[in-house]
Ligand binder design. Structure first.
Ligand code: FEO
Ligand code: CA
Ligand code: CA
Ligand code: CA
Length: 673
């Protein structure tokens, strides 16, 4: 069965990045009608809204929302009237380079093509090869994780940096490529293999010497993980299942590679989690296995975004219908052992995993929060069965194979119920096509829909805050939500600006069956009543943003948010993406403050702090690609020969290069003051 009707028009997109965004914007969840219970709840909620302290603030058109945001500081915390951040913010804008707040420096740490392994050749954009790229830093850096060295220390001057490489933008990577849509038809095996080597992750050793960070050359930890050649294991309840078996792997337990690695996480036992997100785009062909039709349709498979299937038959679903079932998982990597085999942990479910940030629960179990980034998809949580062994990291080797995956239902009264995805419970039975837990995990989305999960506005990063016990959920946008689909937790129709939810677990227990939720802020310009944005009135001209995507919590428990507006940047905010500090407590709760800005066409990924809060790593992804038609003075599509910016080298012989940037304060103090 072809799912081509679910695919956006590739010819109308100016870049690979834009095509990806369009794919995430497609809604594949078939059951979006509100239930009677939803409608009743909404009426109750509307009464609460009108009673709320800020009920008069441009909310008349909203069906339901949490107005506790500014009226109700933390029960346990003192009321703060002053800002928790001490830096001078930068202004909105867009230009060819990056900007950071005054008093800070932002240095490029590593760029696409820079050497990772000891035997890597220097980068030459005119003589690229898969063999070189397998040893060099990959493309489109996204997640950044920091693991102190030695393991178990809080060393903030020496550690391992684990970086995901999400995908490739050929039009600015390869000389003479032209537009990516033309390249799809003229793709070669050589270029495809470079793309595959650009995906995955990098592990590098870094050290701060005399206040400056650098990559340690010839590190014994240095490693590339790629889509092309990295052997991986599948483990957990779905491993070995016939639906995961292929001609190359009759065991259903071995797979080559990972790709579209978006965000991720670092576990307390020092492993690196890589989330496989838009994996559907790498498959082409026509499905030859009717039994998988519903599974495929719900994931937009095959996505026909990349030509890999022309040269590697396993990406042609007509040849290998089970290969897509081996992607869409969370991959666990031990960065301390460069020859360890990464493991796809099927217990965490299969969907378009944005990230996998976790927290050590009070009872010693590990809890991971995951967003499924597509319009009207869901918010998930995994709770391990076992407690984390803090003395012996090796004892946690299979911790993520055993636990309970749940999906969130957010009621309009501000409560959240975690619904366990357990075979045999409720509708998750053979009658509905789930013969075992493996089936529940392979088709996580369909199982979650049957349980009555709440369709969200594209859940991206979900980050627990170990200082205050709360959890922040980035909901990036959803322009397709209609007025009659609005609910309390997704309170705006045609939401092109996104919003942030705060979850408050019951009694501080991240494994509890319920939690409360509140809207922390609604993105967009608060001065424009048409946005129905919700910010603290103290928010400045540049303190507001749109399309939250990744976030980080610093050691003081303060929230930092990075944005990805994609090609809609002009309509969403008019500024380039960046990092904003966000107040979550006290009288300033719901204000933002702009800290960092990316060059034109980029999105902001990372961010990640060292344990002392004195270094912030950010990842500048796909400079020069997104929305360059709206970049004043350029107003055309970027190519390798003619990009909107040549950041960060500004060398006429170098294309733009996705890079990790390291930010420190001039006086060596904590980031953010
Ligand atoms: Fe890869 Fe949802 O961002
Ligand atoms: Ca993202
Ligand atoms: Ca994060
Ligand atoms: Ca995004």
């Amino acid at each position: 069965m072809s799912t081509s009707s679910h695919r956006p028009d590739r010819d109308s997109m100016s870049s690979r990045s834009e095509y990806f965004e369009a794919l995430e914007d497609v809604a594949l969840n078939p059951s979006l009608e509100p239930t009677l219970g939803d409608v009743i709840q909404r009426r109750f909620r509307r009464r609460d809204v009108l009673k709320g302290a800020l009920g008069a603030v441009a909310l008349g058109a909203l069906a339901g929302t949490s107005l506790r945001a500014f009226a109700d500081p933390l029960e346990s915390g003192e009321k703060r009237s002053e800002s928790r951040f001490g830096f001078t913010e930068i202004s909105h804008g867009v230009d060819e380079t990056h900007h950071v707040a005054p008093g800070y420096r932002a240095d490029v740490l590593i760029r696409w093509g820079d050497p990772v392994t000891a035997d890597a050749p220097e980068f030459d954009p005119y003589r690229q090869s898969a063999a070189s790229q397998l040893k060099q830093f990959g493309y489109n850096n996204d997640f950044v994780g920091y693991v102190p060295l030695p393991f178990g220390s809080a060393n903030a001057d020496h550690g391992l940096l684990c970086i995901n490489h999400e995908y490739t933008d050929e039009e600015v990577m390869f000389p003479g490529f032209g537009r990516h849509v033309d390249g799809f038809d003229t793709a070669t095996r050589a270029l495809t293999d470079i793309e595959m080597a650009c995906n995955g992750g990098s592990i590098i050793e870094i050290r701060k010497t005399d206040g400056r960070w650098g990559v340690v050359a010839n590190s014994r930890y240095a490693r590339r993980i790629t889509a092309l050649d990295t052997e991986m294991a599948l483990s957990g309840p779905a491993a070995g299942h016939p639906r995961l078996q292929t001609h190359a792997d009759p065991s259903g337990r071995r797979v080559i590679g990972t790709f579209n690695n978006c965000a991720g996480g670092i576990t307390p036992w020092g492993t690196y989690l890589m989330a496989e997100e838009n994996f559907n785009n790498y498959f082409l062909g026509e499905l030859s296995e009717p039994a998988e039709a519903e599974n495929y349709a719900r994931l937009g498979l095959p996505g026909h975004g990349f030509p890999w299937g022309k040269f590697h038959k396993r990406f042609d679903v007509g040849e290998e219908p089970n290969e897509p079932n081996r992607f869409g998982w969370v991959v666990e990597v031990d960065p301390f052992d460069p020859v360890s085999i990464p493991v796809k942990r099927t217990a965490l479910g299969r969907f378009k995993h944005e990230g996998a940030e976790g927290i050590l629960n009070g009872d010693g179990r590990y809890v991971i929060y995951c967003g499924d980034d597509q319009r009207f998809e869901f918010l998930y949580r995994f709770v391990s069965d076992a407690q984390v062994n803090k003395r012996d990291r090796g004892a946690n080797r299979d911790l993520l194979d055993h636990g309970t995956l749940s999906v969130a239902r957010l009621a309009d009264d501000g409560t959240l119920a975690w619904l366990p995805l357990v075979h045999g419970q409720g509708p998750l039975t053979a009658e509905n096509g789930f013969a075992s837990q493996a089936d529940v995990l392979i088709e996580t989305r369909r199982a979650a829909t049957l349980l009555g999960a709440t369709p969200m506005d594209r859940p991206e990063d979900v980050e627990p805050n170990p200082v205050n016990g709360r959890v922040y959920v980035m909901l990036t946008n959803n322009s397709k939500r209609d007025t009659d689909q609005v609910d309390g937790a997704n309170p705006r129709a045609r939401n092109i600006w996104g919003h942030i939810l705060e979850l408050i677990p019951e009694k501080g227990d991240h494994a509890a069956a319920t939690a409360r939720w509140e809207v922390l802020l609604r993105g967009g310009n608060p001065k424009d009543p048409g946005t129905h944005a919700l910010w603290n009135p103290a928010t400045s001209e540049q303190g507001w943003f749109a399309c939250p995507d990744n976030c980080a919590v610093d050691p003081q428990g303060r929230l930092w948010v990075s944005t990805d507006q994609g090609r809609a940047w002009k309509a969403a905010s008019g500024t380039a993406d960046g990092v904003w500090a966000v107040e979550t407590e006290g009288a300033k709760r719901g204000t933002g403050r702009m800290f960092f800005r990316v060059p034109v066409g980029a999105e902001m990924c990372g961010p990640r702090f060292t344990p002392d809060g004195r270094t912030l790593f950010v990842a500048v992804q796909h400079p020069a690609t997104d929305g360059t038609l709206d970049y004043p003075g350029f107003e055309r599509r970027s190519t390798f020969e003619d990009p909107a910016t040549r950041w960060p080298d500004f060398d006429p012989n170098m294309p733009p290069r996705p890079s990790v940037v390291v930010i420190t304060k001039d006086d060596g103090g904590p980031i953010g003051g």
